[in-house]
Ligand binder design. Structure first.
Ligand code: BES
Ligand code: ZN
Length: 601
């Protein structure tokens, strides 16, 4: 049964089920900041001989040979706008190992090359990769589908004063050779390609526990270590929920501010936005989320990007459980309420773009559609609420037993939604009917049997927000960052005067809060009610932080009118050199679609 699952066809890869599969990669890379190119040698092992396909995007292949250095014939297809190119070759029988020499492009979609000016320290350049969902193929020829797993060893040659990190469980060696730093890493646990990850920069580290260390630029590393002191307690809760942590180390890397995500669950080395370091630990739930991925995502992986909710819904559910245990049920509910609001936003956005079908949990995402273009909170929030509903229906104790068995059964495999549903039907008979699972999995929008999200913390905020009221300083004294966020979300947009955000900022200085989430929510409110007084700050925020969660809604909000769209274009022209290629692509899409809508209206 397991093999059958691994062969599930994923439309976003040229790899065809049944072809020889990659089992191990030996990677030698020279990192060249001047040309913004990686010069690479990849020895790729397969599980047998025969014709097979590898995914590429924009790679310059210079040679492909067999074990004995004899040239192997190969063919590269024309470029597909979403999938990139297909490399077809015949793996020799008996010696199923091929040697590929190639260069990456300076425009590789999964790499961001930063100038010293774009880093915290301003002294050294920086490079990092982002594989999920389809970008690993822009720096590694691979079967870029979450259904194929492989181990690797990597040898990074970088400038002498920098560090070269990989998301791997063994640091093999570090040495200076010919004036260059060579760092070797080995990953002995099989991973899907989207988790194949590197980072190079002026990176220091501090140990937090014996299995967790934080890496960051020297100027941030102490503050980061202080921010994440809770990490071991998180690991204890996660292990209680899911079983033993299997990856050895759980290290954290703080990226430069252009990092397009809050966090990315690269195994053994989670990537985080530096905006999490607020000084008050108000955003540590992101670490809980990326930690939970070590099980749901990295151990059990979605088979296709249409099953993405198996990664994110499960992980979000686990994030809530960890936060409930550590910070209490009220705080957890508040977090859920916030995500619920983001979900509503995404429902509206998808509907506006004629993509309402992607509000189902599981959908067929065709090769013509880039998963990046339909990213939303649907897999996260609707997925987590679905699991919460099952939990509430069967009771927590039984559900916790189910979770353990789920992990045990499917660890190190990739599964589809159908497999998950089969498993539930067997282990928790009758529950799918009880919760009307088909409405959740295949139906659009949020079913009306969704669990209620309630907490006194939410009620308190609602009291002020609902009719556009402002709490007194005294009343809002104990508000957490999340309460402010929810307040800013809930303030009705209709009938609110532009003076309202102005007053709010005068009272509470929200536009300069340390928590970037709060600043962002304030800017969004300002844009949505037409308050121009925050425009300069919006502009400077967009020039500093490249996290998609902030950047996308702000550009969307700006682009509702002609003048707004012109302004958005002007800002984007100015800030885009600092954005990650993934963020650039998304903002370009938002501006293009906004232009089309305005032209039609
Ligand atoms: N795996 C995701 C990030 C991601 C999703 C990268 C899709 C590429 C494509 C990561 O685990 C994530 O969900 N990050 C969230 C943070 C989280 C606390 C919800 C983010 O970046 O907002
Ligand atoms: Zn996630």
């Amino acid at each position: 049964m397991r093999d059958e699952l691994l062969f599930e066809k994923n439309p976003h890869s040229h790899y065809k089920p049944g072809q020889p599969r990659v089992t191990h990669v030996h990677w030698e890379v020279d990192v060249n900041f001047a040309s913004r190119m990686l010069s690479c040698l990849a020895f790729v092992n397969f599980d047998g001989g025969g014709e097979t396909n590898l995914d590429l995007r924009n790679l310059e292949i210079t040679s492909i040979t067999d074990e004995d250095d004899q040239p192997l014939p190969y063919h590269v297809s024309p470029t597909h706008p979403v999938l990139g190119e297909c490399l077809t070759l015949t793996v020799p029988d008996g010696k199923p190992r091929v040697k590929i020499h190639y260069w990456t492009s300076p425009q590789a979609s999964g790499l961001q090359w930063l100038t010293p000016g774009q880093t915290q320290g301003k002294r050294h350049p920086y490079l990092f990769s982002q594989g999920e969902p389809l970008h690993a193929r822009s720096y590694l020829p691979c079967q870029d589908t979450p259904g194929v797993r492989f181990t690797f060893d990597a040898w990074l040659t970088v400038p002498e004063e920098l560090r070269g990190l990989m998301a791997a469980n063994k640091h093999v060696s570090q040495s200076i050779e010919n004036g260059r730093m060579v760092e070797a890493w080995e990953m002995t646990k099989p991973i899907p390609s989207y988790l194949f990850t590197l980072a190079v920069g002026d990176i220091a580290s501090r140990d937090i526990t014996d299995r967790c260390r934080v890496y960051a630029e020297p100027e941030l590393v102490d503050a980061a270590a202080a921010e994440f002191v809770d990490v071991d307690r998180m690991m204890v809760v996660a292990e209680k929920l899911f079983g033993p942590y299997e990856w050895g180390r759980f290290d954290l890397l703080m990226l430069p501010p252009s990092f397009p995500y809050g966090g990315m669950e690269n195994p053994c080395l989670v990537f985080l936005t530096p905006t999490l370091v607020t000084g008050d630990r108000s955003m540590v739930s992101v670490v809980a989320h990326e930690l939970a991925h070590a099980w749901t995502g990295n151990l059990i992986t979605n088979a296709t990007w249409g099953d993405f909710w198996l990664n994110e819904g499960w992980t979000n559910y686990a994030e809530w459980r960890i936060c409930e245990e550590l910070y209490g049920r009220e705080a957890m509910m508040l977090q859920a309420a916030l995500l619920r609001r983001e979900l509503e936003r995404d429902f509206r956005d998808l509907a506006e773009r004629g993509m309402h079908q992607y509000t189902a949990l599981a959908s067929y995402v065709p090769a013509t559609l880039d998963p990046d273009d339909i990213f939303s909170r649907v897999p996260y929030c609707k997925g987590a609420l679905f699991l919460m509903l099952i939990e509430q229906t069967v009771g927590r104790e039984r559900f916790d037993g189910f979770i353990q068995k789920y992990i045990e059964t499917f660890r190190f495999t990739s599964i589809t939604t159908a497999t998950f549903l089969d498993f539930v039907a067997t282990e928790l008979p009758g529950v799918l009917e009880q919760v009307e699972a088909w409405r959740w999995v295949y139906g659009m929008g949020l079913p009306d049997n969704a669990p209620k999200i309630e907490s006194p913390l939410i009620t308190e905020v609602k009291k002020y927000a609902q009719n556009g009221g402002i709490p007194s300083r005294d009343e809002a004294k104990g508000w957490s960052a999340n309460q402010w966020l929810l307040y800013l979300e809930l303030v009705p947009r209709d009938g609110i005067k532009p003076e309202f955000p102005e007053m709010l900022d005068r009272e509470f200085t929200l536009s300069t809060k340390a928590n970037a989430d709060v600043r962002w929510a304030y800017f969004l409110l300002a844009l949505e009610v037409g308050y121009a007084g925050a425009n300069d700050k919006v502009e400077s925020f967009l020039g500093k932080v490249g996290r998609l969660k902030y950047v996308q809604p702000l550009f969307r909000a700006m682009s509702k009118t002609r003048e707004g769209l012109d302004w958005a274009h002007r800002i984007f022209e100015r800030v885009k050199t600092g954005y990650h290629p993934i963020a650039t692509a998304q903002v370009e899409r938002i501006l293009r679609e906004a232009g089309e809508r305005l032209a039609k209206a």
